[in-house]
Design a protein around this ligand. Structure first.
Ligand SMILES: Cc1cc2nc3c(=O)[nH]c(=O)nc-3n(C[C@H](O)[C@H](O)[C@H](O)COP(=O)(O)OP(=O)(O)OC[C@H]3O[C@@H](n4cnc5c(N)ncnc54)[C@H](O)[C@@H]3O)c2cc1C
Length: 397
């Protein structure tokens, strides 16, 4: 019996608390050593960790077992996220797991599932989302990258931008135009493109904190096999809704668990610096405590929506909006609380906790833009949750 099969048998027999204890013991005994500084070594280190999780049956809490997942009931998915956050082990590379995986599971052919899902979970293949284009961010149906069919291949031309993990990706999941520009979302197709195919150029972009989280990607006569299309030609739009809804839902669940831990660390920091009894500090920390609990309850609502209806629904927009405002406020408060020490950058020996609070402050500036801007989330909430009239400036839906 493999280690993964043994884990599956145990999962079927034990209680939630036994599951928590076993997972905690596994993470304590198998967590990888110190994070390497060299970026290439860090990638290899992260991949090795995710392979270990899969090979031992501890990966993909919500995924079906046939693709290497754990197929956990809701209560255990929450426990799983809590224990992973507590163990501070590296998260998966790229943007595949929470976004394209649910799309492939729902719309992919058996061959596509076989070929992509398990390698994605293990970290053997790093995935990157190639949706946004210049002039096609919030208005995604305005995208212009074209795919012209020639026999059993598409020939792809165009540009994508803001592709997170683009520089380290092996595979892009993209939206391309197969119909006319006027057809808007009715002329869009979902294609998987190999990063190493001739004609693909990736240019890293510098971010505010000095890193290269993003890249812009150019496609020049890139030939993509038709078998790498997910769903029907011109039928990519319903898949986008699945991807984006799951992106927000997966984010909600992971962030609820990791912000629980980060807030506890912030409270510890306030104690260390002797300001935890200051009434103004206490008031702010209490506010964060309330918000982190609300984020968790919302994440639970999203997961139960997925379990009952198969889709996260518009609650994920509510959650996304709450989390992005929360993480900006929390990091801003942390930097303020540290006073002059708060602005020492992560490269300096003087930096408190390796400059993580300033780094978080800078990186969370992007939160209210990525995965849909705050304004777009508010539009979704207005229309789909509050049932207010549709935006008259938008094309009819
Ligand atoms: C951290 C981060 C990670 C990202 N990762 C990826 C990725 O991996 N892959 C990818 O494809 N893209 C990615 N993006 C791109 C992201 O999806 C877009 O930046 C986003 O959709 C906004 O598009 P835009 O930048 O073109 O701005 P625009 O759409 O041009 O918007 C500009 C401003 O106008 C507002 N606005 C636009 N339309 C409306 C409207 N109808 N009503 C009210 N206000 C409106 C917007 O809210 C915004 O404030 C990422 C972005 C960030 C910041």
């Amino acid at each position: 019996m493999t280690a993964a099969t043994q884990t599956q048998h145990a999962l079927d027999a034990e209680t939630d608390e036994e599951f928590r204890a076993r997972l905690r013991a596994f993470l304590a005994g198998n967590a990888p050593g110190p994070r390497p500084k060299d970026p290439r070594e860090k990638i290899a280190w992260t991949k090795a960790w995710h392979a270990t999780l899969v090979d031992n049956g501890y990966a993909g809490p919500s995924w079906p077992r046939e693709y290497g997942g754990m197929d956990l009931p809701f209560s255990r998915q929450v426990i799983y996220q809590e224990e992973i956050a507590r163990a501070k082990v590296p998260g998966p590379l790229g943007t595949g797991l929470g976004i394209v995986a649910p799309t492939i599971i729902r719309y992919g052919t058996p061959e596509q599932k076989e070929r992509w899902l398990r390698p994605m979970l293990r970290g053997d293949l790093v995935w990157c989302q190639g949706y946004s284009e210049p002039e096609a961010g919030s208005d995604l149906p305005a995208l212009r990258t074209t795919a012209r069919r020639e026999g059993e291949e598409y020939v792809v031309n165009g540009q994508k931008v803001w592709c997170s993990s683009g520089a380290i990706a092996d595979v892009f999941f993209t939206l391309v135009r197969t119909g006319t520009q006027e057809a808007r979302q009715k002329g869009i197709t979902y294609l998987i493109i190999d990063r190493h195919a001739p004609g693909v150029t990736v240019r890293p972009l510098k971010d505010l904190a000095g890193g290269s989280v993003f890249a812009e990607v150019f496609f020049d006569d890139v030939r993509v096999p038709v078998r790498d299309r997910i769903g029907e030609e011109d039928g990519g739009w319903p898949l986008v809704r699945t991807s984006l809804g799951h992106e927000r839902a997966a984010g909600a669940m992971n962030q609820a668990a990791s912000y629980r831990r980060i807030l506890t660390e912030l409270v510890d920091l306030a104690r260390e610096r002797g300001i935890a009894t200051d009434p103004l500090v206490r008031e702010r920390l209490t506010d964060f405590e309330i918000r982190v609990r609300l984020i968790r309850y919302n994440a639970e609502r999203i997961i139960s929506g997925i379990l009952t209806k198969g889709e996260p629904g518009p609650t994920s927009s509510v959650s996304r909006l709450m989390i992005t405002a929360f993480e900006q406020d929390l990091h801003e408060f942390a930097v303020d609380m540290l006073g002059p020490d708060g602005i020492v950058t992560k490269g300096s020996d003087q930096a408190v906790q390796r400059g993580r609070w300033l780094q978080g402050f800078l990186m969370t500036r992007a939160s209210t833009i990525g995965a849909g801007t705050a304004e777009i989330q508010r539009n979704t909430i207005a229309e789909q949750v509050l049932r207010l009239p549709f935006d008259p400036a938008m094309p009819p839906r």
